[in-house]
Design a protein around this ligand. Structure first.
Ligand code: ADP
Length: 399
């Protein structure tokens, strides 16, 4: 009755083990520096097991998975007696392209599912190659355990074509699959689903704001995504920690020429040197930027103002796109924790029916933060992407 959720990066592998009878996470950890010296972190909260960054050689992802299984089944550090207790593995997949549009069971190493995933290497090379290494690692260590893929892009597949199509020559869209895909889909799906429960209205029109190091905003109408701010890659949309978000595409060749930046460095520039970091010059971490702004740093304040302003524009734009608005949800590191950003983004939106309750917004564990007479409910809902992956995996293997 246990599901292992795996999030594989090129040199890292994060995992959480869920007991599906209770939907509780019972163990979690992280393999880092796979392929170099290897660092291992493992926690079982109920047994007070907490192993932090010990050195264990993990030359490849298979060795990393073997390490995870060893620690999960060990009498002292573990919480299950045998690997056979793991009913299934759920893999977080960043990009499913137009091919993997729903959570799906892997049909063997050379089956259709992994063939489709390999096609995504073109769209998200680093992430997809890393996912494939993680999957191969799990298949080699646990060949008889069913493996499920859960895509970050899947929830956004319900967008109408007018929302996902870029105005480029149609044949290039068809040839290269260049379109808006959207990301953080499991998070938008989870928090919008929770919001529908809280509202008691399955037809509600919701804007979900996932604000973390990477941020995205989605329009969700009656549980279906109709638009989202991230695009072909997770670079589009609002200002992020170190990503620029949407800028005029002409800025890119202009700066490449002026600053002599080669094409292979430009991706790094847009992803790692812009956003909060680029504007403030302080940090990509909102807490540092806020501290600097509170200390009088005007550029830090500007970075925060940009985010709040852009959130506001998305909320207004998506309300128009959905012909109404019942609820705004905040989630992820910034959305769940930074009351000031929530207040800044929701300021002066009374005309849309949004009125924040300052006290509720500043409370320790906020849920409903709108005023009682606010027509639009504003909610803070902690996201849980791993639980979505575990539940999808469990449902698929029990079909
Ligand atoms: P990721 O996209 O990497 O999953 P997170 O969802 O963890 O990111 O969000 C990271 C962001 O959340 C950082 O900018 C961080 O400063 C911010 N954050 C985390 N905790 C707090 C907090 N208590 N108050 C304000 N901001 C926070």
């Amino acid at each position: 009755m246990f599901v292992l959720v795996v999030n594989a990066g090129s040199s890292s592998l994060k995992y959480q083990l869920f007991d599906m009878e209770t939907s509780e996470m019972i163990a979690k950890g992280l393999c880092e520096r796979i392929g170099t010296d290897g660092l291992y972190t493992h926690q079982v909260p109920s047994k007070n097991v907490s192993i932090k960054k010990i050195e264990i050689a993990m030359p490849n992802h298979s060795e990393a998975v073997s390490t995870v299984i060893k620690y999960l089944t060990d009498a002292e550090t573990g919480c299950i007696s045998d690997m056979s207790e793991i009913s299934a593995v759920g893999h977080r997949i960043v990009h499913g392209g137009p091919w993997l549009i729903d959570s799906v069971l892997i049909d063997g190493p050379d089956g259709r599912v992994l063939t489709d995933l390999r096609k995504c290497i073109d769209l998200a090379p680093l992430h997809t190659k890393a996912h494939l290494q993680g999957i191969e690692g799990c298949l080699s260590v646990m060949p008889d355990v069913p493996q499920v893929l859960v895509m970050d892009t899947a929830f956004h597949q319900t967008m109408p074509q007018k929302a996902f199509m870029y105005p480029i020559p149609y044949d290039l869209y068809e040839k290269h699959a260049v379109r808006r895909y959207g990301f953080h889909g499991t998070s938008h799906r989870y928090v919008s689903g929770k919001a529908l429960e809280i509202l008691g209205n399955p037809d509600a029109k919701i804007v979900t704001c996932h604000l973390g190091n990477g941020s995205s905003i989605s329009a969700v109408n009656a549980g279906k995504c109709v638009d989202t701010s991230m695009g072909f890659t997770p670079l589009e949309g609002v200002i992020m920690g170190s990503r620029c978000g949407a800028i005029d595409p002409a800025v890119v060749p202009f700066l490449m020429e002026k600053e002599n930046i080669p094409v292979e460095k430009m991706g790094d520039w847009m992803n790692k040197q812009c956003g909060f970091l680029g504007v403030s010059g302080v940090s990509s971490d909102l807490r540092d930027v806020r501290n600097a702004a509170d200390g009088g740093n005007e550029r830090a304040q500007l970075a925060l103002d940009i985010l709040a302003y852009q959130i506001k524009k998305y909320v207004g734009g998506y309300a128009a796109a959905m012909n109404g608005l019942d609820c705004v949800v905040f989630t992820a590191g910034i959305g769940e924790n930074d009351a000031t950003m929530r207040a800044m983004a929701m300021k002066d939106l009374e005309f849309l029916g949004i009125k924040l309750d300052e006290e509720k917004n500043n409370s320790k564990d906020p849920t409903v933060i709108s005023a009682d007479d606010s027509r639009v409910k504003v909610l803070v809902i902690p996201t849980n992407e791993e639980l979505v992956i575990a539940s999808d995996t469990w449902n698929i293997v029990n079909q």
